[in-house]
Design a protein around this ligand. Structure first.
Ligand code: ZN
Length: 563
């Protein structure tokens, strides 16, 4: 491990022209400042994540395809190493110290779950040591204030594209700031990862997979991901892989920097085909929105493919903390304009969360006669239609002749409102498709109970945080309309006859806030409905022993790569 800081220093020195290499012991200095005092309840914290084996049906794979998987898993493991450093530069050294200091298994495991010493379920408070979490993660100098970054760009506008790039890290360059491309900063892992992708490309006989893997391997050294993102959209392969720098949530300072991750998956073509037909319904779902015609967005593209897959291995960003069950990529607007985006649903992850979390939650919060109504089929469809609903409703706006977007008008409230919209509109759309005979009628009886249990699952991620407010708003709105009622023993019962009307009204309210870009109305809505009432708090407290999420284990990936 000692040579790691030196190698990074060397790469930075090469990449930053006219820039002094940072001291070789930079990382070490960061991590050795962390006191190895550990939170006393670390065992309980770890127990929030129930270890769960995720497997896929590999029986039909040829030897060559197993070889492809082997290389993809190996490349995926390298994403872990990169993301560990993106999350915080001091992480590798701290991991080493934990190993040699004989820290408990629970501490080591929880460090791995969180990719660092800060608890992702506890507002990034430290569970090892007492250093505050750096909002710029490992992307910026830890002592850099946002004002310094902004002032530097103001004084050196020619540096702005590199410093704000999705695929650079920002480092001190003498008295100033410099940008280091990912291909240099993470060369030690990107070069072997690219080699694994090229080996997999050699092994596969699938043309679209080979094309993606070759282009993506090239992107790891060129930092230009556009062409390989386009090739990813065109994948038609039994093995579906997503690997590279994607989401920007880890950069809490500016949201500029993308985090490396990997999903190695097996395609489920029959399930994917079944869902493709809902895509054809998107124009009719837009027409059916409960808002005036002039606010409907009738010329959105509907090209986005949908894939249902089983996860064989997850690496990097998406392995940290709470597990992703569906994603929609790429984020590059140029690719979205040209090719749309692809929704990927991780079926075995959803099944694991359903069994381990949703059913136990339903048993504790739902009225006794509604517990048995919860179904995996409803859960799966609610997640799918949540994802589809993100593509419906207002996006670009014109307000008083000014061109703008919902996102810009609703500012920091946007994502809370948008997530709530997707939840509610997803249910509204399923009800509509059942009415039209597009979805099976027997889904109807399971829809509400599954949705209510799902709200509790989401509310646990933080009733005091912004996203939690969107979830609480749904509870309180439905309670106010009588679509949900509180039983005498503190449980919740959905009122089937009142439910569709209340969902329609709520969808309309959320969509109209978006259509008018009305920030004060959004704030008022969240303030009046996003409240953790005593009944809800009590119900959430009663979930204490239900795990918050799964900690995925991948026995097949371990066997393939001999881990
Ligand atoms: Zn969403």
């Amino acid at each position: 491990m000692r040579q790691v800081p030196f190698l990074i220093g060397l790469a930075i020195g090469l990449a930053m022209t006219g820039c002094a290499a940072p001291e070789p012991d930079h990382e070490e200095a960061l991590a050795s400042a962390v006191d190895l005092v550990v939170a006393p309840d670390v065992e309980q914290r770890l127990a929030q994540f129930v270890p769960t084996e995720l497997t896929a049906d590999l029986d039909g794979l040829s030897e060559a395809e197993r070889d492809v998987l082997r290389h993809l898993v190996a490349a995926g493991r390298l994403m872990d190493e990169i993301f560990l450093r993106q999350a915080w530069e001091g992480n590798p050294e701290l991991r080493e110290r934990l190993a040699t200091a004989d820290a408990s298994q629970a501490v080591k495991a929880y460090f791995e779950v969180n990719f660092g010493p800060w608890d992702r379920l506890d507002g990034r408070e430290p569970f090892i040591g007492d250093q505050p979490h750096p909002p710029g993660a490992g992307y910026y100098p830890v002592d850099m204030e946002p004002a310094e970054f902004e002032a530097w760009i103001e004084a050196h506008p020619e540096d702005a594209p590199d410093l704000t790039s999705l695929t650079t890290v920002v480092r001190r360059d003498g008295d100033g700031l410099g940008a280091v491309p990912y291909s240099s900063a993470y060369r030690k892992w990107l070069v072997p990862a690219a080699e694994h992708l090229l080996s997999a490309a050699l092994a596969t006989d699938n043309e679209s997979l080979r094309n993606f893997l070759r282009l993506r391997a090239g992107a790891f050294t060129s930092d230009d991901y556009y062409e390989s993102d386009v090739a990813w959209m065109d994948l038609e392969s039994p093995i579906e892989v997503t690997i590279g720098p994607y989401e920007t949530y880890e950069d809490e300072l500016f949201g500029y920097k993308s985090a490396f991750e990997a999903f190695v998956t097996l395609n489920l073509p029959q399930e994917s085909a079944a869902l493709e037909r809902y895509k054809a319904e998107l124009p009719s779902l837009e027409l059916n929105l409960p808002i005036p015609e002039e606010h409907k967005n009738l010329d959105r593209g509907t090209e986005s493919p949908i894939r249902v897959v089983d996860l064989v291995f997850v690496g990097g960003d998406s392995k940290a903390g709470v597990q992703t069950l569906a994603f929609n990529l790429p984020n590059d607007e140029r690719v979205r304009e040209a090719k749309g985006s692809k929704k990927v649903l991780l079926r075995n992850v959803m099944r694991a969360k359903y069994d381990q979390i949703l059913v136990p939650i339903a048993e504790r919060v739902l009225a006794a006669d509604q517990i048995a109504q919860v179904s995996f089929d409803a859960y799966f469809n609610e997640v799918l239609h949540h994802e589809l609903a993100h593509g419906l409703g207002p996006g670009k706006l014109v307000i008083d002749g000014r061109e703008t977007e919902v996102r810009l008008e609703l500012k920091e409230l946007y994502s809370t409102l948008e997530e709530a919209k997707a939840d509610v509109l997803g249910i509204y759309d399923i009800l509509h498709l059942i009415d039209r005979g597009v979805m099976p009628a027997d889904l109807r009886a399971t829809l509400e109970a599954t949705y209510v249990a799902g709200l509790f699952r989401a509310a646990r991620f933080g009733v005091h945080e912004a996203h939690g407010q969107g979830v609480l708003s749904q509870f309180n709105y439905l309670l106010e309309k009588g679509a949900l009622e509180l039983t005498e023993d503190g449980r919740f019962r959905a009122q089937t006859d009142l439910f569709p009307g209340a969902i329609r009204e709520l969808a309309s309210e959320l969509l109209m806030i978006q259509a008018t870009g009305d920030y004060p109305r959004a704030a008022t809505f969240l303030e009046s409905y996003g409240i953790a009432t005593p009944a809800i708090v009590e119900a959430i407290e009663g979930l204490g022993d239900v795990p918050v999420d799964i900690r995925p284990l991948f026995p097949q990936a371990d066997e393939l790569t001999g881990n």
